[in-house]
Design a protein around this ligand. Structure first.
Ligand code: GLA
Length: 737
């Protein structure tokens, strides 16, 4: 990386001919804007770094004959195009004519981030939009967002208020994105962009990665390839409802828009008020989808989730082990088992609370966050003490944004829930779940207090699993004024972020998992307040290969909570041997999601060994390892494979999972990637079950050989016949000599 690239995140051109060109540069990418005062802001270029961007390259771009596109298209004067911003002024006019007024640059001393702000002003109304672009040292991501200010004397109604827009030249452009549902999250799909509008929308209100994710990749050179081709990534960092639109026009362009979903969310901007849109994080890579993923992972580790550099504790979560059947003996047993397995944390899931209404199922008690002493006579402190005595930490499940009809909280505060003003309420999980109205500051205070009370009363709580198990089914805030009901979704998420900010400020060291009916909140909107997300309630190892593969496009492995569960799996009913379950779970933040007493002595030994090897070999690589996806499950080669390599390229972990088994049907030999061709790497198999080591065990191979040829992975195991099954998987640890 050239020194120049590190310094020059922003330069305003001084050459008279291009006096208004703005170069937003990252180490390997450039975005060039034409910010001529008095004119509309134009996006001239986004792609590989143009070191000469301020002179001849810009001249060439300008003379290349293709008209530049507006950088933040507005509604009113070019109505035949999709717009990023549309308003209704107090006088009824629906027109905006936003022209460049000023360009500023600022630097955040703490992070070194540089922000370029281009202020656009309407040519008639006192209405401004600041279009912002933020870059960080050494990262190839540009965050863009806007701040929309109403300087008019009356309210302005925002109809469309995207975070950002990007013109993409037509060609053979393919879209990759994730969709899914509960138990089938992170499903990856690739499709060519064709004329018309492709819309990705989430209207859950609470969760944001069931249905469709807000992160996409565009492969500019045909079908997505993992190692080659130009790829643009766009990740909208928003926890509420969103809409991404790709409008492929009749000419030469795909127009990419992303922002808060304005449907049912018209925003009334009061005089003097500023509305700030969430960030849209753009990346560009010439190294295919893999390169774009690595860019996102690095950016995420540096700026988008908590404690990225702290090793994650290996935990046992009680849910699939006991479900709601919490009691002191059972919890104590699990704590001891986890300590015995070499784990570091025990998390007590749902079912521990409720006084008047005990939480024995999903029908009641949410909101009553008092320990049920009938189940836990020595309370939470008793369990914390037991955990400490066994040398591990203690964590707890809460769902603080919710309540039930059957709860003391709702009896006291029926005015604190979201419900329709004049119609019957539609309930969620268990037939009685409702969402607390986080638009209401009193409710924000209450939700903060729930967590604050738990953490001050029990400073021994090391980890919180924060759940959210309901969609906004009813439109109606009892707090918002009648003429602000359309602010519901937006105010809810503003309120939620305020609460989380306070929690993080007061309890910076607690680990918090982001869970929402499984992987419903895998999204960068809320991630800065969390340490990790629960990928899915589906813990079936085979399906997890797919789920985690999809999520790996945008999320680094330490963010993904991945647990060893029972066999047959509780959701798919599939049998999977312990070896396979371990080998899959080990590719994320390892945990256990089953009752250890149900493990056979042999399985127990395997899990104990896996936890030890994970801590020693895998975890240090996962912390900042770069991902290289080697063999995609969707390619239909009967196997999937990926690896993580440290930035220093001195250590790596390689995973191979068989997906199908037919006699004499073969998977390709997998070639590794990301290694230093000149160094030699010693191979060590982890989680070994074979009676004889693999032929390459303990041997050293050059990075070049491993990347050009790869190792021949045996499909089955050298084990007694009765122990054989149709599964196969390998985890290899590589260390440079
Ligand atoms: C959700 C979560 C589960 C579990 C249950 C508890 O479904 O995704 O992991 O915590 O709630 O009710």
């Amino acid at each position: 990386m050239k020194a120049l690239n590190l310094i020059a995140a922003f330069v305003l051109c001084t050459l008279p001919a291009f006096a208004e060109s703005v170069h937003i540069a990252t180490p390997n990418t450039s975005m060039v804007l034409d910010a001529t005062r008095g004119k509309h802001l134009k996006n001239i270029y986004y792609g590989s770094r143009l070191d000469d961007a301020l002179a001849s390259d810009v001249k060439a771009l300008k003379s290349s004959g293709l008209s530049a596109m507006e950088a933040y298209p507005q509604y009113g004067l070019m109505n035949n195009r999709e717009a990023a911003i549309g308003v209704i002024h107090a006088d009824g006019s629906m027109t905006l004519d936003m022209i460049v007024d000023a360009v500023k640059e600022s630097t955040d001393k703490k992070t070194g981030a540089k922000t370029v702000t281009v202020t656009l002003k309407d040519s008639y109304y006192p209405f401004t939009v600041d279009v912002n672009y933020r870059t960080y040292p050494a990262l190839d991501v540009i965050e863009t967002w806007t701040a929309i200010t109403n300087g008019e004397k009356e309210t302005v109604r925002l109809q469309q208020f995207d975070s950002g827009y990007l013109p993409v030249r037509r060609g053979d452009v393919w879209l990759s994105h994730l969709y899914g549902a509960q138990l089938n999250e992170g499903h990856l799909t690739h499709e060519p962009l064709t004329p018309g509008m492709k819309v990705i929308v989430n209207r859950d209100g609470i969760r944001n990665s069931h249905t469709a994710h807000s992160e996409i990749m565009l492969s500019l050179d045909g079908k997505p390839r993992e190692t080659e081709g130009r790829v643009i990534g766009a990740a909208l960092c928003y926890s509420g409802n969103y809409k991404l639109r790709i409008d492929t026009d009749q000419h030469a362009w795909h127009h990419v828009f992303a922002g808060i979903d304005p449907d049912n969310s018209e925003y009334i901007l009061s005089p003097g008020e500023t509305f700030v849109t969430p960030e849209l994080a753009l990346t560009y890579s010439t190294e295919g989808t893999g390169g774009a993923s690595r860019n996102y992972h690095r950016w995420a580790r540096n700026h988008k989730f908590a404690h990225a550099d702290v090793p994650r504790k290996v935990l046992l979560n009680s849910w699939e082990g006991v479900y709601f059947n919490i009691d002191e003996d059972g919890m104590t047993r699990m704590i001891k088992d986890m300590a015995d397995l070499g784990g570091e944390l025990f998390v007590m899931d749902d079912g521990w609370f409720g006084d008047k209404y005990p939480r024995n199922n999903s029908k009641g008690s949410l909101g009553d966050w008092v320990v049920d002493t009938r189940k836990l006579p020595h309370g939470i402190q008793g369990l914390i003490d037991t955990a400490k005595a066994n040398g591990i930490e203690f964590g707890i499940w809460i769902e603080p944004e919710m309540t039930n009809v059957q709860s003391e909280l709702y009896e006291k505060h029926p005015d604190w829930v979201l419900k329709p003003l004049n119609h019957k309420t539609v309930y969620g999980r268990g037939g009685g779940q409702m969402i607390l109205d986080l638009a209401n500051p009193e409710v924000q205070e209450h939700v903060f207090t729930i967590v604050d009370t738990l953490l001050t009363k029990y400073p021994g709580i090391d980890y919180i699993k924060w759940d959210a198990n309901m969609a906004v089914r009813n439109h109606g805030s009892q707090y918002l004024a009648p003429d602000r009901q359309s602010h519901l979704y937006i105010e809810y998420h503003k309120g939620l972020r305020k609460v989380l900010e306070r929690i993080r400020a007061k309890y910076p060291d607690v680990t918090i998992q982001n869970c929402a009916s499984g992987g419903g909140r895998a999204n960068y909107g809320l991630m800065p307040y969390f340490d990790e997300f629960w990928v899915s309630d589906n813990t079936d190892a085979k399906q997890r290969v797919w789920l985690q593969w999809g999520d790996s496009y945008f999320f680094p492995p330490t963010l993904m909570a991945s647990h060893i569960s029972a066999s047959p799996d509780h959701h798919s009913y599939r049998f999977a041997p312990m070896k396979y379950r371990i080998d899959v779970a080990m590719s994320g933040r390892l945990g256990v999601e089953m009752q250890p007493v149900q493990m056979t002595p042999e399985e127990r030994k395997m899990v104990r060994n896996a936890i030890a090897e994970y801590k020693q070999y895998v975890r240090p690589v996962l912390i900042d390892g770069d991902i290289y996806r080697l063999l995609a499950p969707e390619e239909g080669h009967n196997a999937a494979s990926l690896m993580y390599v440290t930035p220093q390229k001195d250590r790596a972990v390689f995973y191979w999972w068989k997906l199908e088994q037919y006699q004499n049907q073969h998977a390709p030999r997998v070639r590794m990637a990301g290694l230093d061709p000149k160094r030699k790497y010693v191979i060590r198999e982890l989680n070994r079950i074979d009676s004889k080591p693999l032929s390459f065990e303990g041997k050293a191979f050059s990075g070049k050989f491993l990347m050009d040829n790869g190792l021949e992975i045996p499909y089955g195991y050298n084990v007694p016949k009765d122990d054989r099954n149709d599964f196969g998987s390998r985890v290899l640890y590589l260390e440079a000599q």
